[in-house]
Ligand binder design. Sequence first.
Ligand code: COA
Length: 178
Amino acid sequence: MELSTYNKSSIEEIKQLFTKVFSDSEGPSEGSLIGNLAFDLIESTDSKDIYGFVASENDQIIGSIFFTRLIFENGVNAFILAPVAIHTNWQGRGIGQNLIKYGIDHLKKEGVTLMFTYGDPNYYSKVGFSQITEKVAKAPLKLSQPEGWLCQSLVDRDIEPIAGNSRCVEALNKAEYW
Ligand SMILES: CC(C)(COP(=O)(O)OP(=O)(O)OC[C@H]1O[C@@H](n2cnc3c(N)ncnc32)[C@H](O)[C@@H]1OP(=O)(O)O)[C@@H](O)C(=O)NCCC(=O)NCCS
């Protein structure tokens, strides 16, 4: 298994991976929603605002993860992890945690100081995330599950409350993802 930066030419393979994994875990409509999200993120996001990584086995993509910029009025260098998927046949072997750590390490080296995500606190706590409230940092859209709003500091400082609103990239700027 090899971890690497994604290549834009793999857009269809990455879309298929997210579609399949989320169809398997949450049904076909969620599969199609997240497959399209991955496609739109790759296609429409300015390269300075997106990082993506893949896990491959024999030149096949078996896992993928994306991080896109979150803009706050105070200018903090923040990104959000979304989405991530490991091929159904390869889940539960630590690949998800390895891929997440690999991506976060890369962004840390690029100077990103705060990492957000929106998901299951039990899973993401394994890779350094903690639950926060919107008193600490506003989400860009209304959260249907506020308990899933998660953050970690990538520098040697605690998370400090950030005043003002936040803005995500266009592809994520849809109520159904939140
Ligand atoms: C969630 C996902 C990325 C995790 O990757 P993975 O390679 O299967 O997970 P790992 O092997 O690194 O970690 C396994 C651990 O996480 C737990 N775990 C796996 N999926 C979980 C989930 N959806 N919720 C909570 N815990 C989960 C396992 O119980 C296991 O715990 P343990 O180490 O204490 O036994 C992968 O299972 C997946 O793609 N799931 C479907 C899509 C999805 O839910 N994506 C995340 C939301 S964006």
